[in-house]
Design a protein around this ligand. Structure first.
Ligand code: ZN
Length: 134
């Protein structure tokens, strides 16, 4: 598996509207895209910091895994997303062969036009890890 860079950092928030002034007025970052990802039960908002993006994640219902993360005291960084050079399917097969626990067995459509798959934090030093490609 070849990782070319950090694609984005996922940040869990209870409300994108509530945190918008911090990111916009203090950090000077503009949200260039907002998108609801139905199957992940989240609303996302993307900002660019150089080549790396920040992905704000707001739960859209109580059953959202992001809501559970917040309910369990999680704040801030929710996951790290790596861009893989050899494609998500090949990277997943490699991780599977290494004995890692996969959340997604196959790539699926994520926000911002990406193909994505998640690795379970129990296999990744506690860091929820997303593999992605454009
Ligand atoms: Zn993500």
């Amino acid at each position: 598996m070849k990782i070319s860079r950090i694609e984005h950092l996922g940040i869990a928030v209870q409300s994108i509207e509530a945190v918008r002034p911090y990111f916009k007025d203090v950090l000077g970052l503009d949200i260039y895209k907002e998108e609801v990802v139905e199957d992940q039960k989240v609303k996302t908002a993307f900002m660019k910091v150089g080549e790396v993006k920040l992905e704000l994640l707001e739960p859209t219902c109580p059953e959202s895994t992001v809501q559970k993360f917040l309910d369990n005291g999680g704040r801030g960084i929710h996951h790290i997303a790596f861009k893989v050079e050899d494609g998500v399917a090949d990277a997943l097969a490699f991780c599977d062969a290494q004995g890692l626990r996969l959340i997604d067995k196959a790539p699926r459509k994520g926000a911002d036009g990406l193909q994505i798959a998640f690795l379970h934090p129990k296999s990744t030093c506690g860091i929820l890890t997303e593999l992605c490609e454009e």
